[in-house]
Design a protein around this ligand. Structure first.
Ligand code: NDP
Length: 290
């Protein structure tokens, strides 16, 4: 019986995801490192801002922090409640999920790696895709709570499988972003109108999420709104490269995209949106994608 639900980490994603929980559950506890954000959330959505020690005593505890290391550091500080489920929505590292799931099992707690996709707009509209690794029975118990912010919610395998799917998804985003930057820079160098070209490509076989949303809504209009930070995409591509390496495979496109995104991130101003990775190509070619 799930009576209390908690959300830890009220960042760009967590703040919005947690906002849907009070529509379905009476007792929703929130905690954030900068505690003012938790208080603001409580005022805005009727959640309850609580200390970390209390938040981890909920029946279902969600977390959404930047990295798996942040999760491991946080877990090292707290006492967990036996019988609870920890649902980690961080885009994390598969090997960390396996290790943490094993550790938490010793305390009678199930750990699910449950990263999300759909960006802040998906979190606002409760239409996120959630890819989940871990114990199937724990997944089934947590499912009604995850449905508060998820639309497509899938159990994809054992611990770490959710993080692996997310890393590969974001690697595909990175590869597309690089390829689109290269292709559209080339078109502009040949004097082609980029908006007309985009209409054609979005009705053709080369279309992707990047051409359908990122290019028109973030790049060509030069808005680059910060909703998903470029260093977080670089982190995800690094996780994908490690997965390739662990499997002893050769994946040259993935390796190249990772170094391009990492370089773009290293050269970018702090607080750059992931879409601003194309500025790396713009600085090389002296061609602006607008
Ligand atoms: P943000 O940077 O907006 O938020 C990070 C949150 O984590 C903040 O609440 C921050 O607290 C907290 N935090 C950071 N470090 C620590 C720490 N060491 N201990 C405790 N709390 C900490 O990130 P996002 O919400 O954008 O991303 C969160 C996760 O979701 C990442 O793994 C990201 O890759 C993934 N993701 C992001 C998407 C997006 O569109 N933004 C889409 C899908 C997945 P404080 O407020 O105190 O700084």
């Amino acid at each position: 019986m799930i009576q209390t639900v908690a959300f830890i980490g009220l960042g760009a994603m967590g703040y919005r995801m947690a906002s849907h929980l009070p529509k379905h559950f009476e007792h929703v506890w929130v905690w954030n490192r900068n505690f003012d954000k938790a208080k603001q959330h409580a005022e805005a959505y009727g959640t309850q801002a609580v200390e970390l020690a209390q938040a981890v005593q909920a029946d279902v505890v969600f977390s959404c922090l930047p990295t798996s290391q942040d999760i491991e550091d946080l877990l090292a500080q707290v006492e967990l409640k036996a019988g609870s489920i920890w649902v980690d929505c961080t885009s994390g590292v598969p090997s960390s999920a396996k290790k943490v799931a094993e550790q938490l099992k010793q305390h009678g707690v199930d750990f699910l790696d449950a990263p999300v996709s759909g960006q802040t707009i998906g979190a606002d509209n409760a239409t996120l895709t959630v890819m989940i690794g871990g114990d199937k029975a724990a997944f089934e118990r947590a499912l009604p709570v995850i449905q508060a912010f998820g639309k497509l919610i899938k159990h994809v395998g054992e611990s770490g499988a959710g993080f692996a799917v997310k890393a590969v998804n974001n690697m595909l985003l990175a590869v597309n972003l690089c390829a689109v930057a290269e292709g559209f820079t080339t078109l502009k160098a040949h004097g082609v109108n980029l908006n007309e070209a985009l209409d054609c490509i979005n009705a053709s076989s080369g279309k992707s999420g990047v051409t359908e949303t990122v290019l028109p809504q973030r790049i060509l209009n030069r808005s680059f709104p910060l909703t998903f930070a470029l260093p977080l995409l670089a982190k995800d591509t690094g996780i994908a490269v490690d997965l390739v390496r662990e499997a002893k495979l050769s994946a040259p496109v993935i390796g190249l995209a990772q170094s391009l995104i990492q370089t773009a991130s290293d050269l970018s101003e702090a607080d750059s949106d992931f879409s601003s990775a194309v500025k790396l190509y713009e600085s090389w070619s002296k061609i602006t994608l607008e």
